[in-house]
Design a protein around this ligand. Sequence first.
Ligand code: GRF
Length: 187
Amino acid sequence: MVKKKTCIFISGQGSNLKNLINRSRDSNFPLKICLVISNNRDAKGINYAKKFGIPYIFINTKIKNDENKILFYLKKYQISFICLAGYMKIISKKLIKDYQKKIINIHPSLLPKFKGLNTFTRILKSREIKAGCTVHFVNEKLDSGSRITQKIFFINKNDNEEILKRKTQKLEHKAYPEAIIKIFRKS
Ligand code: GRF
């Protein structure tokens, strides 16, 4: 199997990054993680890149020219697929255009419900019965690209934000690799 050269974009903890690195070590998994981009110099997730010897780059998205820098490194590492994993920054139009249907994201809600930030607060406030996560393609509109996989759980009446987050992340670690396998099984 020829694996897709993949870049993972992160900003924080990196539990999805860690999970995808582990899965990608399986010879049947469609991705090879060749690069990690973080827009947060202190992102804990960078440690997983270090541990597994994966090149990583810090991009300061607060300054001009950040987009060119990202495109430069994607080209340098011949990246053909991108996974956003807790990347707290809107992807530029140019990048989306260059990587049509080749950028995916994981979001901690059952999209189209609860797009954007502070998901768990809003889920609890609106007294939802179910929560979960969604893996979707990235397009110009926030959290709105076509959905690939969704995983659901029922909310218990004692669940607080922290518990919801824990339950959601547990499902995310199943959903993200499953979505990737689904995409490449089709093509
Ligand atoms: C995940 O909950 C994901 O849904 C959201 O950001 C979080 C990232 O977590 N987009 P981690 O950094 O992968 O642990």
